[in-house]
Ligand binder design. Structure first.
Ligand code: ADP
Ligand code: PLP
Ligand code: MG
Length: 268
């Protein structure tokens, strides 16, 4: 038996709903083999409103992990939280050296519930070094505004404008996640491949238990690309997978509610 293999270059969410933890659960649910290169460790302070802190991992250790995984070979990969500019540079170097083409860039800048960019210095490096290597990038509304330098995005026309700018930066495709942040009756994401704008919609769930939704979405795209789907088909499938996970989000403690990564398979 063989399996399609995926890599996630991302951070650890100690609380288990987002980051590498979300990616591995999503890979498993989508029947691909997941390998991990850990970039940073995120912890939350239970005595200070669950405020997040990020401890990046030494770049030499990240490189050892990537060398292990890339010696095996992969069918597709994603990036998530990247920890430092050095790690972004390393990621870009490896993607080029191994000619990796199915590369999903989830340009993580913020965690939900936090109102500041966790590591502002990483935004320019992601824009300049990683977007040109992306088969697709998956910013949320805030991240799309930062990458495209449009400022806050509030409308679907604003999303279209940012999508065009993000393709000019070199990404082959983009899906901007309107999610809960867009003032719209549905949860609307905008997919753009340079020629066609496609709105992906599902019912907006009235919940705050969406921790890890973005990681789950990008990991599901990655898994479907690894299995041979087109970028558009992989994105449509990931939207459905993530919608089910959000519909069954649950309360972990008084601060956070993760999505249920296995809901799509358990409820279909
Ligand atoms: N309340 C919600 N109901 C339904 N879908 C949602 C909701 N919030 C987010 N989504 C969807 O979940 C996916 C991840 O989006 P989002 O939560 O905005 O990303 P991130 O976690 O990176 O901020 C997108 O497909 C988005 O449309
Ligand atoms: C390691 C890590 N990656 C990514 C994220 C972003 O998660 P989301 O999928 O909710 O955007 C978080 C948020 O806590 C995180 O801790
Ligand atoms: Mg996100």
């Amino acid at each position: 038996m063989t399996m399609n293999k995926t890599l996630t270059l991302a951070g650890s969410d100690s609380s288990g709903g987002a980051g590498i933890q979300a990616d591995l659960k999503t890979f498993q649910e989508n029947d691909v083999y997941g390998m991990t290169a850990l970039t940073s460790i995120v912890t939350m302070d239970p005595n200070n409103n669950w405020s997040h802190s990020v401890d990046p991992i030494n770049v030499a250790i990240v490189e050892k992990q990537l060398n292990t995984i890339l010696s095996v070979g992969i069918d597709a990969m994603k990036t998530g939280m990247l920890g430092s500019v050095d790690i972004i540079e390393l990621g870009a170097k490896k993607i080029a050296a191994y000619n990796l083409d199915k590369v999903v860039i989830d340009p993580v800048m913020v965690c939900k519930g936090e109102d500041e960019v966790l590591q502002p210095e990483n935004t320019n490096a992601m824009r300049e070094l990683l977007l040109p290597l992306a088969i697709i990038t998956t910013p949320n509304l805030f991240e799309a505004g930062q990458l495209a330098k449009t400022g806050p995005i509030k409308t679907i026309d604003g999303m279209k404008n940012a999508a065009e700018k993000i393709l000019e930066l070199g990404a082959k495709n983009v899906v901007i996640k309107g999610g809960k942040a867009l003032d719209h009756e549905k949860a609307v994401d905008l997919f753009y491949d340079g020629s066609e704008f496609l709105l992906l919609e599902n019912a907006k769930v009235d919940t705050t238990y969406t921790h890890g939704a973005g990681c789950t979405f990008a990991a599901a795209i990655t898994a479907n690309l690894a299995k041979g789907k087109s970028v558009k088909e992989a994105t449509i499938a990931a939207k459905e997978f993530t919608a089910a996970a959000i519909a069954h989000g649950w309360k972990l403690n008084q601060f956070v509610g993760p999505v249920k990564h296995g809901a799509y398979n358990q409820t279909k």
